[in-house]
Design a protein around this ligand. Structure first.
Ligand SMILES: [Fe+2]
Length: 461
């Protein structure tokens, strides 16, 4: 049975969209709207009943009391009316004051939440540690309205200052402190969160608590009026500290600031560890590749061949304005294009049928490596000729991946000009003429033109 797709009509879609976008309240909850509403409510529940009561008293109650000559009751009634007016007005003024405070606090909380969401989003979109640390510190100081701050990370038992925002005396990027005996010893070892405000709520001037922060006068000098410092924790271990100084305005840091910074620190610690993990992976991949390339140059090529091919490929891909991802793939493919030769016995490499297996073997070797999944077609086809006379699949012209066409040209040039190869050594000019002669048959003429231009530019330099 065929399932039929149904699409809502345009009109229905509009209605659905309007429904989804309809605000929760008919009017937006701005401070102006809230003030207007509270005035309206004040009129309805206080002013209108009071005016009505005053009018009715004036019209009926006071004439009745006058007719009875009862002044005491009349004075009492007038007093009650005046008292009610005062109470209503005071009630209104107090509720306005509290309402304004609430609105202000809500606005502040909204801004802080927006900053937290923004920073969480931003941290998850990058793996570069320097960018992450900068983002954490800038967001942290902005979030709790500090003037400056620092991030120290724990490396080899010491604390290294990795990021500074604003001006922070004695705290320069790269500054190294031993954990033990440093001002942050308790923050790291006991995971204490420390808040310090030089001027307390009572106006008293505090000195830094020596029991918590180590007493370092040069560290907490007169330029530091308030400070909050907390550990960055990952897997129950303090991997560093985040500190923010000098709350803007007269107030110092409080519990709300502490909670906000704690939320940021959780996200920050995860992002820092992810970035370190990515760095380690990257470092491992680069060094493993270097080991592989030098093993290949020892066994199946000659010293410098693979790096030469990669370098020339880079020049050509830049001239052709290939996208960065394609340039990267070409670079790795150029370094690994003959990896299949490692699986062919040295004695068989002079037999054409055996030698010609190396692109397919190399491609199969690379296939399981997911980060290089786009380079195995380049390796597979790097011996295809432009006119379809190459191997292994006799592809023609633009059927051959562009990376493979580039490597084919560059590899030939490096082989022709190297004295260790069986082809014999040609001068640069002779090799260029040979490439030109084969343009359109073995090689892509467009790439030959670009490569010859590159070689001429290099010669002129
Ligand atoms: Fe090859």
């Amino acid at each position: 049975m065929e399932l039929k797709k149904t699409h809502p009509k345009e009109e229905d879609r509009k209605k659905m969209s309007e429904k989804e976008n309809r605000p929760l309240f008919h009017e937006e909850l701005t401070p102006e709207n809230i003030t207007y509403r509270s005035r309206l409510v004040f009129c309805v529940i206080s002013i209108i009943p009071l005016v009505t009561m005053t009018y009715l008293s004036y019209k009926y109650v006071f004439p009745f009391l006058d007719s009875r000559g009862d002044d005491t009751l009349k004075i009492s009634a007038i007093s009650i009316i005046i008292l009610s007016v005062f109470l209503s007005v005071f009630g209104y003024l107090f509720s306005q004051r509290d309402g304004n405070r609430t609105i202000k606090a809500m606005g502040r909380t909204n801004r802080q939440l927006a900053t937290l969401f923004k920073v969480a989003n931003s941290l998850s979109s990058t793996v570069h540690i320097d960018i992450i640390l900068k983002e954490i510190l800038e967001s942290g100081t902005k979030l709790i309205e500090g003037e400056s701050g620092t991030i120290f990370l724990r490396e080899n038992g010491n604390l290294i200052c990795r990021e500074v925002a604003g001006s922070a005396k004695n705290r320069n990027k790269g500054k190294e402190l031993p954990v033990n005996g440093s001002p942050y010893e308790n923050v790291i070892l006991k995971k204490d969160i420390l808040i310090f405000n030089k001027t307390s709520d009572s106006g008293e001037i505090n000195s830094f608590p020596a029991g918590k922060f180590s007493d370092k006068n040069d560290w907490f000098d007169d330029s530091v009026n308030s400070l909050i410092c907390l550990p960055l924790i990952y897997n129950d271990e303090a991997i560093g500290i985040l500190e923010v100084f000098n709350k803007k305005g007269k107030k110092g840091f409080d519990e709300t600031d502490k909670k906000l910074l704690e939320n940021l620190a959780v996200q920050a610690s995860i992002s820092i560890k992810n970035a370190e993990f990515y760095d380690n992976q990257n470092n491992f991949s680069i060094h493993m590749l270097e080991l592989l390339v030098s093993a290949m140059e020892d066994n199946v090529a000659w010293e410098g061949h693979l790096h030469n091919v990669a370098r020339y490929c880079n020049f050509i891909s830049r001239k052709l304005n290939l996208p960065e991802s394609e340039r990267k793939n070409l670079h790795f493919a150029a370094l690994l294009h003959d990896i299949g030769m490692l699986k062919i016995e040295p004695i068989s490499r002079t037999v054409p049928e055996e030698f010609q297996k190396h692109p397919a073997i190399g491609s199969e070797m690379i296939k399981p490596i997911t980060i290089w999944k786009k380079i195995h077609p380049i390796i597979l086809h790097h011996h295809e000729n432009f006119d379809g006379s190459g191997y292994p699949e006799k592809l023609k012209g633009e059927e051959i991946p562009i990376g493979a066409r580039i490597i084919h040209v560059v590899e030939a040039y490096d082989t022709l000009t190297n004295e260790e190869t069986y082809s014999g050594v040609l001068s640069r000019d002779e090799a260029m003429k040979e490439l030109e002669r084969c343009a359109g048959t073995k090689y892509d003429p467009k790439i030959i033109n670009v490569f010859l231009a590159v070689l001429k530019e290099q010669e002129a330099q």
